[in-house]
Design a protein around this ligand. Structure first.
Ligand code: NAP
Length: 247
């Protein structure tokens, strides 16, 4: 959904010590000497945001967890280890090279309103958030479905952001045990429109010990929610087979 020549923000220039002020965001990150030098911020640090951030903190990333109540995140930070910290959402948006959006779907609109301009400067917003009737209300679920599903709606609410949907239907408690599992890797279905954001998301997902499977553009994000055939635990080959049956 974004042009590949979107200018990079100042923070991205210094990823991995790169002095690449004229490079677009994706290219600078592609040249980062080490993937783990990418700073990750989570907006939302509950079950899923906490588990995902912990996974990446333990891989050596600098991780900032954020929520509206960062003082409540002390135990999470302590458990995630020395590369983790907590902050406000504004702190996290300023800190993260990459942002994981892991909030109840009803919060996405407000986050877009308050932080959309800054989020649009990031090379990747990993959109883990789902509209769920029992939590968000059936009206939100229906509205999002009527507007083409959460892939397209998040992109509309975070105007200009390079969003990729991922990790939407894998439970927080399964992330750590399934990362780098023995045998064939677990497939993680992803959907996005921006090739560089997709590439970066794919590298981060592989780093965590999963295999990303691109299902399609953000319009296919409607299938990246709990309760669809892609949800649950599948091998990459199974995900490709299932995806081939989806319109
Ligand atoms: N749980 C899972 O296994 C799982 C799996 C896949 C995807 N997901 C998706 O991930 C999202 C989060 O689910 P969860 O289970 O982690 O929920 P959760 O445990 O209730 O955590 C939600 C987090 O979002 C924060 N938050 C809420 N409103 C916010 C706002 N306006 N600005 C900033 N932060 C806000 C909350 O903190 P404060 O209230 O302190 O701000 C909390 O840290 C949902 O969309 C869910 O569908 C969950």
């Amino acid at each position: 959904m974004n042009g590949s020549s979107f200018p990079i923000g100042r923070r991205e220039f210094i990823v991995a010590g790169l002095a690449v002020a004229s490079l677009p965001a994706g290219r600078a990150l592609a040249q980062a000497s080490s993937l783990s030098s990418i700073k990750i911020a989570t907006i939302g640090a509950g079950r899923e945001g906490g588990a995902l951030g912990t996974l990446y903190a333990r891989l050596g990333h600098q991780v900032m967890f954020s929520s509206r109540h960062p003082d409540d995140l002390k135990n999470l930070v302590a458990a995630a280890g020395p590369t983790a910290r907590a902050g406000t959402v504004a702190d996290a948006v300023a800190f993260g090279d990459v942002i994981f959006l892991v909030v109840p779907y009803t919060a996405v609109e407000q986050i877009g309103r308050d932080f959309g301009a800054a989020l649009a400067q990031k090379p990747l917003i990993l959109d883990v958030s789902n509209p769920i009737a029992r939590r968000d209300g059936q009206a939100i679920v229906d509205r999002v479905a009527g507007e083409g599903g959460p892939g397209l709606v998040t992109a509309k609410l975070l105007k200009g952001a390079r969003t990729v949907r991922a990790f939407n239907a894998i439970g927080s408690g399964s992330l750590e045990p399934l990362a780098h599992r023995a045998g064939e890797k677990l497939g993680i279905p992803i959907a996005g429109d921006d090739p560089k954001a997709i590439d970066l998301a794919s590298r981060l997902i592989r780093e965590a010990g999963f295999e990303p499977v691109l299902i399609g553009g953000l319009a296919k994000g409607k299938y990246l929610v709990p309760g669809t055939p892609l949800a649950g635990q599948h091998t990459p080959a199974e995900l490709r087979q299932i995806a081939a049956t989806l319109n």
